[in-house]
Ligand binder design. Structure first.
Ligand SMILES: [Zn+2]
Length: 191
């Protein structure tokens, strides 16, 4: 069981906020900040304790999320790029991915959504301190700040493979959750 295993995080109101790794999820649970809403069939074992691996956790206190901006972080860049190396267009596991500065830092590049992309180790090595043009490599997509709507769509796509996430991500017409609809409207009107 990898600590990078993705766990869906809900606000106290059941809105989807983001995805965190298993280690972070366990920390939040043990601190009493979050509770488990859905478990997987897997069990996490240590010498002293064994607990079911959480699939979905929910924060106990409502956290006000500023919806205008997705935070710039390694995790979010990987999610934006859907874990696909932007130079060889192949999908990798989180641990095999790196972040690449399109314009290298040594050449005046910067840390930001519009200059950082997901790259596999071998493409990152190959590119080195070159620009993509110099290295003869072509970006899959020009990097930019993802909108919150895009970000949530990507989380949904990730969740297609996770049955425990489904009821929080997809609308089921027989069992509609009015909170999810509210959330959807709010997000669309705010962008
Ligand atoms: Zn690659």
């Amino acid at each position: 069981m990898s600590v990078n295993y993705a766990v869906l995080v809900l606000n106290a109101s059941y809105e989807v906020i983001h995805v965190c790794n298993l280690k972070r999820a366990i920390t939040l649970i043990f601190k009493g900040v979050a509770i488990v809403e859905e478990e997987t069939d897997m069990v996490l074992r240590s010498p002293t304790i064994s607990i079911p691996v959480p699939a979905v956790i929910r924060l106990l206190r409502y956290v006000k999320i500023p919806y205008h901006r997705v935070k710039f972080s390694r995790k979010n860049v990987l999610i934006r790029d859907n874990y696909i190396c932007q130079y060889c267009y192949q999908k990798f596991k989180i641990m095999d991915l790196t972040l690449d500065h399109v314009i290298p830092l040594s050449r005046g590049g910067w840390d930001g959504w519009d200059n950082v992309v997901t790259a596999c180790r071998s493409c990152n090595n190959r590119k080195g301190d070159d620009t993509p043009e110099e290295a003869g490599m072509k970006l899959l997509r020009k990097p930019r700040l993802p909108s919150v709507v895009t970000y949530l769509q990507i989380i949904r796509r990730l969740g297609e493979e996770k049955k425990e996430w489904r009821r929080y991500l997809f609308f089921d017409h027989e069992e509609e959750n009015p909170m999810e609809h509210q959330q959807e409207k709010y997000l669309i009107s705010s962008t």
